[in-house]
Design a protein around this ligand. Structure first.
Ligand SMILES: [Zn+2]
Length: 303
């Protein structure tokens, strides 16, 4: 966290340096926007092919074929969910929350994509409906469906409290994936990754820029709907924080189940094709060996 007063003196032109206007790091104007009208039209006549109830303080896996939709639905009471996504045939390709944040901002909604990790970097899913899109940003700068948090986990809990708690989202996702793949916890745990915090209301405090949470505005019947761009394996944890109005990483908060519904449309959206992995050839070319004759380097190989 930044000190209230720095230790170093401000330079004479410090004010002018602060006055420089920001530029967007990753303008997305060059990306073809998702054809939401085509996605929505594809829903006509769709058929529910599966549903999974995620028990409170636990997680479940689910599969969604490319070209199908899935919804995360609030049932029974306000509850936030931590979502992990993998390519169904490759746990190495997983949701990349950091780059998704860099591309779409701190909180996601309709039309945003969930991008996969390097070197794949392709849309795994597209958000096609968000019943909480009315919320926008509140007076604290809070909003829903963030990609700024990570997931509650027993290591941070141990670090900060000295206690062990076994039903953090990280552990719930680990158990669910281990069950699904019939592999030991320690083998699947590294595949658990930073999440989309579904329904969670979060932001950064204005004064210290610390991550905060507040009671989720979600109510039973609300849902977040996705279109699967590739074959997906998903896992959803019903966070032990419940609506995350007070605390997580304990059995204190009131918790509720979440419902995942999977729908198959009669035909894929018009004009849609499943995206290929990113086209970069992975040359990572060294300038010294570049045929383009870039800057030759004489430094020894640091290896
Ligand atoms: Zn959690």
């Amino acid at each position: 966290m930044k000190r209230e007063r720095g230790e170093w003196p401000e330079p004479l032109d410090g004010h002018a340096r602060r006055q420089v206007a920001p530029v967007i790091c990753y303008p997305t104007d060059s990306l073809a926007p998702p054809d939401l009208a085509a996605y929505r039209a594809a829903r006509d006549g769709w058929e529910k092919i599966d549903e999974v109830v995620v028990p409170p303080r636990d997680a479940r896996c689910f599969e969604v074929p490319a070209g199908c939709f899935f919804r995360i639905v609030s049932i029974e009471g306000p509850q936030v969910g931590d979502l992990n996504l993998w390519a169904a045939d490759d746990l190495g390709e997983r949701f990349f929350s950091g780059k998704t944040r860099a591309l779409h901002g701190t909180h996601l909604s309709t039309g945003d994509r969930l991008w996969s990790s390097l070197p794949y970097l392709r849309p795994m899913a597209t958000i096609t409906q968000d019943t909480l899109d009315w919320y926008g940003f509140d007076e604290w700068g809070g909003s829903v469906h963030d990609v700024i948090g990570t997931r509650c986990d027993p290591y941070t809990h141990r670090l900060l409290s000295g206690h062990d708690y076994h039903h953090c989202c990280h552990s719930n996702l680990t158990r669910a994936l281990a069950r699904r793949l019939n592999r030991p916890y320690e083998v699947v745990e590294p595949a658990v990754h930073d999440v989309l915090n579904v329904f969670m209301c979060t932001g950064f405090t204005r004064d210290t820029s610390q991550y905060f949470m507040k009671a989720s505005p979600v109510r039973p019947g609300d849902f977040l709907e996705f279109f699967a761009e590739i074959d997906l394996l998903g896992a959803l944890s019903a966070c032990p924080g419940g609506d995350c109005s007070t605390e997580h990483s304990s059995d204190t908060a009131a918790c509720h189940p979440l419902l995942v519904e999977i729908y198959r449309p009669p035909a894929p959206p018009t004009g849609w094709t499943s995206p290929a992995p990113n086209g970069y050839g992975r040359e990572h070319e060294d300038r010294g060996t570049s045929r383009a004759g870039g800057m030759a380097r004489s430094e020894p190989d640091p290896r």
